[in-house]
Ligand binder design. Structure first.
Ligand SMILES: Cc1cc2nc3c(=O)[nH]c(=O)nc-3n(C[C@H](O)[C@H](O)[C@H](O)COP(=O)(O)OP(=O)(O)OC[C@H]3O[C@@H](n4cnc5c(N)ncnc54)[C@H](O)[C@@H]3O)c2cc1C
Length: 396
């Protein structure tokens, strides 16, 4: 029986980064991914500064910069009033080498990581193989797939929101699911001509939106807009090109011609596992936590999990002690609850606020923050995920 030091389940952005960070610390990895080909659904496209810092030593950040779009500024807008406040991330140049958001689709990150790691002897990738069951056997883990069985010292579940790894162990996935689904519309409509920046949050009590630019396959790129939908609406009607076109027209009130390239509907959850560790089975990324996409944080947070878990596993393999694994659990779970969940829930609540007085007060507050460099600096440290990561790493 061959015993691997680490098996990672799931080759999405978080599983691939976990492998990258482990191999960077000298730990070989077997990674099992269900899909043969890359899955190109339009999900994450925003990279925050700490994530770019973590990926820089491997050269991946340089590749993302070559393929991506720098969003130097982001805006809070109101659907009727227009621009409320604009934030320029350049103010964080005293804190990070990458003081901006980088817009690049998550499947491109996965493709870059596959290409980088393919020749590495420490990286074994098995695609087209599905993990069915995970069982703990004292000092090691047994995993069964639809093709074979494997053994390892540590198993990392990076297999997404419906994680088989999580369900195979007594984890509890606490939280809730929103009634309404989120509709993502991708189009050629150029919002920059209407004064939008490359990343925007548009508040409205009836139909808020998040609008951002993605590089797509060619310049000038495409724009994505995320909308809430009514729980009673039929999926077929929501994703129909005609109704989606009308929805986008309502947002920009323009008669310039544009073309829709995609519509997608997502069920959105706010959940965090009650533990990120059960014995020798660890959870990272969407397997451990799910949140709404307002703020562009889910994948970034998962990559921060990956960096932390790689450090912890390396320390455990080296010392035989498990204190670092417990610390990974404490650090990442605490910030998942205190930052990731609370910020994304608050982002949605602010965008859809119905009370005009509360909305006006919130807008006045945003203007005040944007106009005061010290307040803007603190606000951007939080929203760019730098403060949360520092807070996590300081937990003993
Ligand atoms: C509309 C939308 C927009 C978003 N925008 C952003 C954003 O801008 N920024 C951001 O940070 N986040 C964003 N997110 C969230 C982000 O997409 C996720 O957090 C991210 O994909 C999580 O990565 P992951 O690797 O943990 O999981 P996934 O991307 O779900 O990858 C899991 C992988 O595991 C594989 N797998 C599953 N089960 C098995 C099995 N049994 N055996 C083997 N393999 C298996 C799957 O095939 C998949 O490849 C957005 C999400 C949505 C829906």
């Amino acid at each position: 029986m061959k015993r691997h030091p680490v098996i990672v389940v799931g080759g999405g952005p978080v599983g691939m980064c976990t492998a990258l960070f482990l191999i960077g610390r000298g730990v070989p990895v077997l990674l099992i991914e269900r899909n043969e080909d890359l899955f190109e659904d339009p999900r994450a496209a925003t990279f925050h500064p700490p994530t770019l810092e973590m990926l820089a030593p491997s050269g991946i950040t340089a590749s993302l910069l070559a393929d991506g779009i720098i969003a130097q500024k982001w805006q809070n807008r109101d659907r009727r009033l227009g621009l409320i406040a604009e934030f320029d991330l350049a103010i964080l140049a005293d804190q990070t080498e990458f003081p901006y958001r980088l817009q690049c689709e998550q499947h491109k990150l996965v493709a870059m990581l596959r290409e980088l790691m393919a020749p590495w002897p420490e990286f074994e990738l098995r695609t087209g193989e599905t993990v069915l069951e995970v069982e703990q056997l004292g000092d090691h883990v047994r995993m069964r797939t639809d093709k074979d069985e494997y053994f390892c010292d540590w198993l990392v579940g990076a297999d997404g929101g419906r994680s088989v790894v999580r369900k195979s162990q007594p984890f509890v996935f606490e939280g809730f699911t929103y009634d309404e689904r989120f509709l993502v519309i991708t189009s050629t409509y150029d919002f920059e001509r209407d004064g939008f920046s490359y990343s925007n949050y548009v508040g409205d009590p009836d139909e808020w939106s998040a609008v951002f630019k993605v590089p797509a396959d060619r310049p000038p790129g495409l724009w994505r807009a995320v909308f809430p939908t009514s729980p009673s609406d039929e999926e077929a009607d929501l994703v129909a090109i005609d109704s989606a076109t009308q929805r986008l027209r309502r947002l920009v009130d323009s008669d310039r011609p544009f073309e829709l390239t995609h519509t997608n509907l997502y069920t959105v959850h706010q959940r965090v596992a009650d533990r990120f560790r059960h014995g020798r089975v660890l959870l990272v990324g969407d397997a451990a936590h799910l949140n709404n996409p307002l703020g562009g944080m889910g994948m970034n947070f998962g990559i921060h999990d990956a960096e932390n878990v790689a450090r912890a596993i390396r320390a455990a393999l080296e010392s035989g002690a498990e204190a670092a694994i417990d610390r990974f659990d404490r650090q990442r779970r605490t910030v998942a609850n205190e930052f990731l969940q609370s910020m994304t829930v608050a982002n949605k609540a602010a965008l859809e606020e119905r009370d005009p007085e509360v909305r006006a007060a919130r807008q006045a507050e945003l203007r005040r923050i944007a106009a005061d460099p010290a307040l803007a600096h603190a606000h951007l440290l939080r929203t760019s995920m730098i403060a949360g990561l520092r807070y996590a790493n300081a937990i003993e």
